[in-house]
Design a protein around this ligand. Structure first.
Ligand SMILES: Nc1ncnc2c1ncn2[C@@H]1O[C@H](COP(=O)(O)OP(=O)(O)OP(=O)(O)O)[C@@H](O)[C@H]1O
Ligand SMILES: [Mg+2]
Length: 417
């Protein structure tokens, strides 16, 4: 059986393609005891890379692994519960944390192993609160450090939690919220340092941690992590991936067809490559054919990838931007990206200055800093610096944006001058 198609969710094993160099580099870091901050733009395959790494590590038997997803956590106590629940598979950790359950509920010790993971979470949650989360969290780390094998602790979506701690649901960074985020990050840092030899952390997320910390002037907390940037596939790898998918599903994609697909995307974000394959495959199936032509590529790109259903993914992107930037910053980001989309994908410095003047003339002008918004757009992979400004990194995201929001803020006439 060859490479399988992926839905939208993370992949490992038979559906995981390439990334050999990245897996090797991360293995080396795990062996060296380095804590890693995995960063990349959206849908690049961060979660998949970590999942596949943990799968291979488990296979080798030298390390134990724990994977924690903080997407739904809103407080430090939630995060401690998630880490404790995910640590259930490590004997030393579980023998300590299961006592919390008997202390705070009527579940008897000999019934605990019958609980499902969600029940464990709920019961653990009853024993962790704003007053004791740090002590409880320290205990989890200590028990992980006592595990027979060194532990790789992967924490996905940490930046989302930090962002929530900082800004709550109304996106306002108050001094109390900043203090809460500071306390949580200090706690994490202290534990990462204290157990360096026994626990190595891999932190990742669908939004960047650094721009969020920078907004709150808490950047020092990221110092314990060595950054690791996950890049898009280069064209040759994406072409090979498309070839393997085509073989698995019994269709023919000649090399020039595959190359055209990659050129159209411009930036081979694995999820976009998979999406393109899936839509082309569906198109051939409907047409009752087994081989694709260059024309099929153009048609599927403009009708399917850029069509209403293809654009659903753009909403994902937009939701995450709003989460990090808040309503006001999101409004500014929309303006900047729309301006770039309607100016051949380029946001010139001149346009940025013009926009700054325009915004500062507004009676209720946004207090968000243009610089912060640009930093997030750059860090999260929308824009990259170019001679006299910025341009879209991905052809697909640029075209999506253009299809969705067509008018820029610089009047068309003055752009021609
Ligand atoms: N190594 C890979 N091999 C094959 N497909 C991949 C690979 N990595 C990522 N993908 C594709 O990208 C999709 C998204 O992967 P994943 O969820 O790991 O990305 P992510 O960077 O964690 O995304 P997000 O930013 O939303 O958290 C997968 O469903 C799959 O289609
Ligand atoms: Mg992810």
């Amino acid at each position: 059986m060859g490479l399988r198609k992926a839905g939208g969710n993370w992949v490992d094993g038979d559906s995981f393609f390439d990334r050999d160099a990245e897996i090797e580099a991360l293995l080396e870091r795990v062996e060296d005891g380095t804590h890693t901050l995995l960063t990349a733009q959206r849908r690049m395959g961060k979660t998949s890379l970590v999942r596949e790494l943990l799968r291979r590590l488990e296979g080798r038997g030298e390390f134990a692994s724990v994977f924690v997803d903080l997407e739904d956590a809103t407080t430090a106590a939630d995060a401690v519960v998630e880490i404790a629940a995910a640590s259930r598979r490590i004997r030393s950790a579980w023998s300590r944390t299961k006592h919390w359950i008997t202390q705070s509920s009527d579940v008897a010790m000999d019934r605990i192993q019958e609980l499902g993971v969600n029940e464990v979470r709920v019961k653990l949650r009853a024993g962790v609160d704003a007053g004791n989360w740090r002590a409880r969290g320290d205990a989890v780390f200590t028990s992980l450090a006592e595990s027979e094998k060194p532990v790789v602790l992967a924490i996905d979506e940490l930046p989302i939690l930090v962002n929530r701690l900082l800004k709550g649901h109304d996106y306002l960074m108050t001094p109390e919220r900043r203090r809460d985020a500071d306390l949580f990050l200090s706690w994490l840092r202290r534990n990462a340092q204290a157990h360096r030899g026994r626990i190595r952390m891999i932190v990742s997320g669908s939004v960047g941690l650094e721009p969020i910390l920078e907004q709150a002037e808490l950047s020092a907390h990221a110092n314990i992590f060595a950054p690791f940037d996950l890049m898009p596939w280069d064209e040759e790898i994406a072409i090979r991936c498309l070839g393997e998918l085509a073989d698995s599903y019994g269709i023919q994609l000649p090399e020039d067809v595959r190359r055209k697909m990659c050129r159209q995307l411009r930036c081979c974000v694995p999820h976009h490559v998979q999406q393109f394959f899936d839509k082309l495959h569906e198109h051939l199936r409907r047409a009752g054919r087994l081989s694709a032509s260059l024309d099929d590529v153009s048609r599927v790109y403009s009708e399917e990838m850029l069509g209403v259903r293809g654009q659903v993914y753009l909403e994902h992107y937009q939701r995450r931007l709003r989460l990090v930037l808040g309503d006001e910053g999101y409004g500014v980001a929309l303006d900047l990206l729309t301006e770039a989309a309607s100016s051949d994908g380029v946001l010139t410095n001149r346009s940025i200055l013009r926009y700054r003047d325009y915004v500062s003339s507004l009676p209720d002008r946004p207090i968000v800093l243009l610089r912060d918004v640009l930093h997030v757009l750059e860090h999260d992979g929308y824009l990259t610096r170019k001679d006299d400004g910025y341009r879209f990194v991905s052809g697909l995201v640029e075209d999506w944006w253009r299809a969705r929001h067509s008018h820029g803020f610089v009047p068309f006439d003055s752009r021609l001058q």
